[in-house]
Design a protein around this ligand. Structure first.
Ligand code: GLU
Length: 262
């Protein structure tokens, strides 16, 4: 699935990056960074879409409750984003890779001129050998210029950097025909060739209290990506070295094929 893919977007969500108490799961982030560094060493170009700004800010500020208002979330994101980048910077430096921060808002991808500029930035950073780390610019974004979560953001980043594939590391193994947390007989779907009503009906509601996206937003993101000719894989990021399985050609997670006419 990925053998011929040079340019890869990997999205990692808050529930994968943090412990249930909200603090950053450094062990997992380190394993994630090491694996991506290896992907780079193997000749892939990798763009990371990382959540975790609000979570990291919440933990750093030692708040007693997870932020529930827009202004608290925006403040936490301002604290957490720099924290997050410091950690990525340090971990990637261990493997001699250079990171670059890109903070996006939806109005950028809605404006063809600005989108073109961002495309050029991605291309230039990738040519320079950097690992762009992208998040929504949560502290300044407001309704109307919001992606509404990093699942959607990852699809647009895939488009902006002309990715060969998008990998969405989640806290679930992939798309099931019903909610596996509620039904023991839920079956994991290997491959989706068309995102139709039936597929949409498989998605439940929201994800964890810390992340924002559930399966529904992931499928919507897969629709944006595959409609634009980019396949997407959803898989469990609990152990980030699962990414090697994809590299080795093993079938893990759910693969959403690009639209046939693309
Ligand atoms: N941009 C948010 C953050 O960094 C996360 C949004 C999401 O997980 O979908 O905390």
């Amino acid at each position: 699935m990925i053998k011929g893919c040079k340019r890869i977007v990997i999205k990692i969500g808050t529930s994968t990056l943090t412990y249930s108490n909200g603090a950053l799961n450094l062990r997992r982030i380190e394993a994630f960074v090491r694996t991506i560094s290896d992907f780079k060493n193997a000749g892939h170009e990798v763009v990371v879409v990382s959540s975790g700004a609000v979570g990291a800010g919440f933990a750093k500020l030692a708040l007693s409750e997870y932020p529930d208002t827009v202004e608290k979330k925006q403040a936490c994101a301002a604290v957490g984003q720099s924290q997050l980048m410091k950690i990525y910077e340090n971990f990637f430096a261990n493997y001699t890779h250079t990171v670059a921060q890109i903070l996006m808002t939806k109005d950028v991808v809605d404006d063809s001129h600005r989108l073109e500029l961002v495309k050029n930035t991605f291309n230039t950073l990738l040519q320079m050998g950097c690992v762009p780390i992208v998040n929504e610019n949560d502290s300044v974004s407001c309704d109307g210029i919001k992606f509404g979560g990093n699942d959607t953001l990852s699809a647009y980043v895939g488009i902006a950097c002309n990715a060969d594939i998008i990998i969405n590391l989640s806290d679930i193994n992939g798309l099931y025909n019903k909610d596996p947390r509620k039904f023991d007989d839920a079956v994991l779907i290997d491959r989706v060739d068309e995102i139709n009503e039936e597929i949409l009906s498989y998605a439940g509601g929201a994800g964890t209290s810390r992340g924002t996206g559930g399966m529904a937003t992931k499928i919507q993101a897969a629709k944006i990506a595959t409609d634009n000719g980019i396949p997407m894989i959803i898989l469990n990021g609990e152990d980030p070295t699962i990414l090697y399985d994809i590299l080795d050609g093993k079938h893990v997670g759910t693969y959403f094929a690009k639209r046939k006419d693309k």
